[in-house]
Design a protein around this ligand. Structure first.
Ligand code: ADP
Ligand code: MG
Length: 320
């Protein structure tokens, strides 16, 4: 298939309103009075963020979801996205069809549509870059910089599952059941950003951040932007039963989960006066939310276990 066949046959069925059938030079996003447009971009590459043997549909959905977690962390409701693909010669029409089918599933699940993109060849590994757009009520995007001393710290979902899944793919020995193993590898392949929780964030959150590099690393970004110290109760960090069965409950296991990355959850802070509002919102959309610590005057992130601070030699994943 040449570039124009790929666009017409594979991508045009995914095009949303404003995409102009992928037949123009650019797409159109109608301005919405009373709303701000939130914009984010993230790329994933074969060999770094997914394996060459991963199913095409899963790769597509991961590429989209790593962006949806940024929109969710900012309280934005997904609207549309741009898709840039660098395709090696080895990619077949069937692979592309499965890739598009994965996108179609998640477009329906998250209420987002394709607006445009670019299609090119590469001599290197497959690369997928997505830019996503979402709307928030004007002035209500939650930023990293609003945490105050005394605020509670929360995180959605469970932490470290994707890191556990990656360890399994890398053949770390384990004695897990098949379903525990599939749960963890599934979390690596397919993140589950808490999109349904996003619209309520601005009602109570003083600051928020997408957890993608590692819980400690990303909380470090929030601490720095807000000019506060974040004290985390290591034992409170939510970990799945499968991950606990894999890595155990020792300090080293908690530290590993909290620094592994690829979680695509939301960490946020809120005044203690908002505790009921946080939990009510979480229950209303069936998203797990756990209180894991408190902000104080100072700087950095401290991980406490049994009254002492754990050393954190490497707070998260780094590309360089
Ligand atoms: P240009 O010559 O400006 O690069 P293209 O021929 O690449 O334009 O693209 C033509 C149309 O197809 C544009 O609307 C573009 O957004 C769309 N398009 C190209 N590649 C993709 C893709 N991978 N996903 C979605 N839309 C795409
Ligand atoms: Mg182009």
């Amino acid at each position: 298939m040449d570039e124009f066949q790929i666009i017409a046959e594979i991508f045009t069925p995914l095009a949303g309103e404003g995409a102009l059938g992928l037949k123009d030079d650019a797409a159109l996003i109608a301005a919405r009075p009373g709303f701000d447009l939130v914009v984010t971009t993230d790329a994933i590459a074969e060999g770094t963020d997914f394996f060459a043997f991963d199913p095409a549909g899963m790769v597509a959905r991961k590429a989209l979801r790593v962006n949806l977690s940024d929109l969710a962390a900012k309280g934005a409701v997904p609207h549309g996205y741009l898709l840039n693909v660098a395709l090696p010669q080895s990619v077949t029409p069937d692979w592309l069809k499965a890739f598009a089918a994965g996108l179609a599933l998640d477009q329906a699940e998250f209420g987002i549509a394709l607006l445009g993109g670019d299609t090119g060849r590469t001599e290197g590994p497959l690369g997928i870059s997505i830019t996503a757009f979402g709307f928030v009520p004007q002035g209500r995007m939650t930023r990293r910089n609003g945490a105050r001393p005394g605020d509670d710290i929360y995180v959605t979902g469970t932490i470290g599952d994707s890191g556990g899944g990656l360890a399994i793919f890398r053949r770390e020995t384990h004695a897990l059941t098949e379903s525990q193993r599939d749960f963890l590898t599934g979390r690596y392949r397919l993140p589950a950003p808490p999109a349904a929780f996003a619209p309520s964030l601005s009602g109570f959150a003083s600051a928020s951040v997408d957890v993608s590099d590692g819980l400690i690393a990303d909380l470090g970004h929030l601490a720095q932007a807000s000019g506060v110290k974040l004290v985390i109760d290591a034992a409170a960090i939510p970990r799945s039963d499968a991950l606990r069965a894999f890595w155990g409950d020792a300090a080293a296991a908690i530290l590993r989960a909290a620094t592994a990355g690829d979680d695509y959850q939301i960490a946020f802070t809120a005044s203690p006066s908002n505790r009921d509002a946080v939990m009510t919102a979480a229950r209303g959309v069936s998203v797990m939310v756990t209180r894991i610590g408190q902000a104080e005057a100072g700087e950095g992130v401290t991980l406490q276990l049994d009254g002492r601070a754990l050393a954190v030699p490497r707070p998260g994943y780094r590309h360089f």
